[in-house]
Ligand binder design. Structure first.
Ligand code: PA5
Length: 433
């Protein structure tokens, strides 16, 4: 994966100061890496090196895979499904309408009434336990949406499948109520290390198990992440460090929106994953000294070239309040616009140009326009959309956010206000009973 600064106002005087400020935190990350345990909040950086985890996930996935497996239901929300969805959609999502992946992952996050209404009819088509696998994922084990979806899905499937428990894998914190419930019901269990928070858990069993069960090469995903960790723990030439510094500099200069502008539509879910990572990690009422700061950048996702036709005008002509990261992975070979086609002569510039040539020209044009308008922007280029480079991207972004948390002096690992709404919801539901 290549990192490039498209346009930034960060000065030669400012950068060494930020380098110096982050030096001791990078040393701390190196210490966490050397320890190779799960004792620190940053310990998600050790997941790609955990061979016990890999073995456990691969053994369970292969014991549950079979030639009849059609559907893997991933029941989880937020940090418990966004990473899996990001990788799955990048590899299969956009072409899903034309060509379904087998097995197909079906995600259940919010309890959508229309979707749940149809689950029973869907379940009626399933005739043997081998066709399905259910992965219920919840770090806390008590998330309202997840437990409700799991109950409704399992009730529908139980009409069709005897001994459904043997097709259910529960991924949760050891000692959570769900952990014990799964044991009692004879379900398979995978643990999430206590210190690894939901939004940093994609490379734990949370993401690895469903991806492995769907046949995705998790060893390459981990290898990409492992190699990127080495790059991101350097003091020099560290892409996560440079990215964090440019974003922080832009933030200090009035950028309060961080846009992930993907130029491959299949990477949009990767942007959604980052949205949670950035939103929950940096959006804080108080800083580490307890002072009210109401910090944070609002993360958004844009898809090129689609969104240029809706918000391009706003981005280029509206307020200069965004820091944009262009993300692309344009293949060398792509279908070509034929000369003499049915719509020949309307846009002559595209004659015999491939879809990648056209998308590249649009991306280059947009980057130049951003620079001319003096809009801060970064660029990430994935050589190819394969597990290795997706692993690199995930690890890069998780370390970038840890560094940004340090620069902004906020706790990048807690989410006190998410708990607030969860408590309120439970209170209202109790009152309704
Ligand atoms: O990052 C977080 O902690 C949250 O967004 C959680 O991932 C989300 O609320 C789901 O929680 P749980 O995994 O406990 O079901």
């Amino acid at each position: 994966m290549k990192f490039n600064i498209v346009n930034s106002s960060i000065t030669n005087a400012r950068k060494p100061k930020l380098d110096e400020y982050l030096r001791s935190y990078i040393d701390h990350l190196r210490y966490v890496a050397d320890q190779n345990t799960y004792d620190a909040p940053e310990s998600s950086i050790n997941l790609p090196f955990d061979q016990t985890l890999l073995g456990e996930v691969q053994n369970l996935a292969s014991s549950l895979q079979n030639p009849h497996l059609k559907y893997i239901f991933v029941v989880g929300i937020g940090g418990s499904n966004l990473g899996t969805k990001a990788v799955y959609d990048a590899l299969f999502g956009y072409t899903d309408n034309l060509e379904r992946a087998t097995p197909q992952i079906i995600f259940l996050d919010t309890p959508n009434p229309a979707f749940l209404e149809k689950i029973q009819t869907f379940a009626d088509r399933i005739s043997s336990p081998e066709e399905v696998l259910i992965n219920v994922i919840s770090k806390s084990g008590t998330t309202t949406e997840t437990i409700m979806n799991a109950n409704i899905l399992c009730e529908a499937l139980e009409h069709q499948i005897e001994e459904l428990s043997s097709r259910i894998v529960v991924t949760t914190d050891e000692q959570s109520k769900l952990w014990y419930k799964a044991d009692k019901e004879g379900m398979h269990r995978l643990a999430i290390p206590e210190q690894v928070g939901g939004r940093y858990s994609v490379l734990s069993a949370v993401g690895l198990f469903p991806l492995a069960a769907a046949g995705i090469d998790i060893e390459n995903l981990r290898q990409g992440a492992a190699d990127m960790r080495s790059r991101c723990l350097e003091h020099q030439g560290n892409p996560a460090l440079m990215s964090a510094q440019v974003i922080y500099d832009a933030y200090e200069n009035g950028a309060h929106v961080a846009d992930q502008f993907v130029f491959n539509a299949e990477l949009a879910s990767l942007g959604q994953w980052y949205r949670q990572l950035m939103g929950e990690s940096l959006g804080k009422e108080h800083n580490l000294a307890g002072k009210t700061v109401n910090a944070g950048l609002t993360p958004t996702v844009s898809v090129g070239s689609t969104d240029l036709h809706s918000v391009g005008q706003l981005y280029l002509g509206g307020p200069n309040d965004k820091i944009t990261t262009f993300i692309s992975a344009l293949p060398k070979d792509a279908p070509t616009n034929p000369r003499g086609g049915l719509f020949d002569g309307l846009v002559s510039e595209i004659d015999e140009q491939s879809a990648s040539d056209v998308m590249s020209a649009i991306l280059e044009g947009v980057k130049t326009a951003y620079t001319k308008q003096n809009l801060p922007a970064l660029e990430l280029t994935l050589e190819e959309i394969v597990p290795y480079h997706l692993g690199e991207f995930l690890q890069f972004k998780m370390i970038e956010i840890m560094l940004l948390g340090k620069l902004m002096n906020v706790n990048a690992f807690n989410q006190p206000h998410v708990e607030l709404y969860k408590e309120e919801t439970r209170r209202l539901l109790t009152e309704q009973e």
